[in-house]
Write a protein of this length. Structure first.
Length: 105
């Protein structure tokens, strides 16, 4: 995984440890998604029940039809004009925003 220097302010931000761990797991594709559970011989088939594609952490949060609908609602509610396809995209878009639009979390 390449070093993402633009993420360094994120790690120093006053966020709860569980948020930092969640983001780290998402960046490393280690969230307990369908494919990860299947790799560890867990139950299920590793497929998203809505989209019928492999269920990865990035899929759950960004490319699943349910996630896309939620992000559309968030963008409209906050008056934002961006579209993120994965976490790196999302954080990079967020880093380039200024003023009130940057205050997403």
């Amino acid at each position: 995984m390449p070093v993402l220097l633009w993420l360094s302010p994120f790690w120093k931000a006053p966020l709860p440890l569980k948020i930092n761990i969640f983001v780290w797991q998402l960046l490393r594709d280690r969230l307990p998604s369908g494919t990860e559970v299947l790799k560890r011989h867990g139950l299920g088939n590793g497929i998203c029940p809505l989209c019928h594609v492999p269920e990865t952490g990035s899929h759950i949060l960004f490319s699943c039809v349910a996630a896309q609908a939620l992000w559309c609602f968030v963008r409209e509610a906050l008056g934002l004009e961006w579209e993120a396809h994965d976490l790196a995209d999302f954080l990079q878009v967020r880093a380039t925003q200024v003023g009130r639009k940057r205050r997403l979390f």
